[in-house]
Design a protein around this ligand. Structure first.
Ligand code: TXA
Ligand code: MG
Length: 338
């Protein structure tokens, strides 16, 4: 054990967490998507500690969390009317809007970009912390860069114990995958840079058109510019080699059988385990459950010593697109289609 404090969510403990953040330290915090690694977004040296603790590339910007969307005015130069409409419908919640930043957000926080991702988290503990601390909180997911995002305080400890001041325990994250990140194309259209639990279909209730950035499902060509820097990097990967197999349950079982050996595991849908004769874990029976459990299962596979994991590919519809996007990256774009 390192010396990272584990804090509960009492008012006294949140006061401690808020003070520590205001003094320039960094801490793990719960949100409804995944756990974040929090720093005062306006304090360059605090933000530098986040990049160091994660081993994160300096050009990958951090999301800035606020208690209320109205506060975004303080950190941006222009908020399109469509952003207010989206905020009315989806904030607080798992949506990040990329907006032009002003000088109060330091360049280190925005990874050198002139934009900032703004998110209003709905987790009550995170909301309370934002209110008490009364500062904008920059927070990437609290994993070591490249590793699956943490969905419990325990996961944050696995990656950050001894590297950060404290972790606030807020229980298991509700959604399990990170927020939907969008940018604005024009006054009526948005582009999804990272899919999450606010889906294309939900955004279409407010926007005329929703573009899915091609980098969500396809590997960037060498030298191609990423709309979101995070799309350049290998992500969400456990130590085990992940191979995604798009097929029926029957074909999947046959395929695993043909490739079975020491260290091989399967990650299958809940409901398909009866009579499945190979070492396996399940990750839920529908897209929401799969989103909730995916990262925890990827970590568990490492713990049990899996070397190669065949994953039955999730549906890419609705929330499924978020799950599919994380897995295809974890797999380094290796997909077997049967
Ligand atoms: O649900 C979430 O969004 C979690 C919780 C903690 O809020 N945070 C999170 O942060 O997932 P992070 O840093 O792990 O992922 C942020 C993603 C990265 O892919 C980054 O490149 C992109 O959002 N992003 C952030 N700011 C951006 C900007 N100004 N322009 C384009 N992409 C941006
Ligand atoms: Mg992340």
């Amino acid at each position: 054990m390192g010396d990272t404090l584990l804090l509960g969510s009492s008012e006294t403990e949140l006061q401690i967490a808020a003070n520590v953040l205001r003094q320039g330290e960094i801490i793990g915090i719960p949100t409804e998507t995944v756990y974040g690694l929090a720093a005062n977004a306006c304090d360059p040296s605090a933000v530098a500690k986040v990049f160091a603790a994660k081993g994160r590339p300096a050009d990958n910007p951090l999301i800035v969390h606020l208690a209320f969307f109205e506060q975004a005015k303080k950190y941006t130069t222009r908020i399109p009317p469509l952003a207010y409409k989206l905020a009315e419908r989806f904030c607080p919640g798992p949506l990040t809007m990329v907006l032009p930043k002003n000088d109060s957000i330091p360049m280190i926080t925005s990874g050198g970009l002139d934009t900032v991702g703004i998110r209003i988290p709905s987790h009550p503990i995170m909301h309370r912390l934002l209110e008490i601390a009364d500062i904008p909180i920059a927070a990437p997911s609290a994993n070591t860069s490249g590793y699956p995002s943490p969905t419990s305080a325990d996961h944050v400890m696995q990656d950050m114990d001894g590297k950060i001041y404290a972790v606030v325990d807020g229980g298991e994250s509700q959604f399990g995958v990170e927020s939907t990140v969008i940018s604005f194309e024009d006054e009526s259209r948005v582009r999804i840079l990272r899919p999450g639990c606010v889906t294309k279909e939900m955004l279409l209730e407010v926007c005329e058109d929703v573009i899915i950035d091609p980098a969500i499902l396809n590997e960037l060509a060498p030298g191609q510019k990423a709309a979101s820097p995070g799309m350049k990097y290998k992500h969400y990967s456990p130590r085990a080699d992940i191979i995604m197999v798009e097929s029926t349950a029957e074909e999947f079982q046959r395929y695993v059988g043909e490739h079975y050996s020491d260290g091989v595991y399967a990650l299958i849908y809940t409901g398909d385990e009866e009579g499945f004769p190979y070492r396996h874990l399940t990750y839920g029976c529908d897209s929401s459950e799969q989103a909730h459990f995916l990262f925890a299962r990827l970590r568990e596979l490492d713990e049990i010593g899996a070397e190669r994991v065949y994953v039955r590919a999730p549906s890419a519809d609705g929330v499924g697109l978020a799950v599919y996007n994380r897995l295809i990256r974890a797999a380094g774009f290796e997909v077997i289609r049967i």
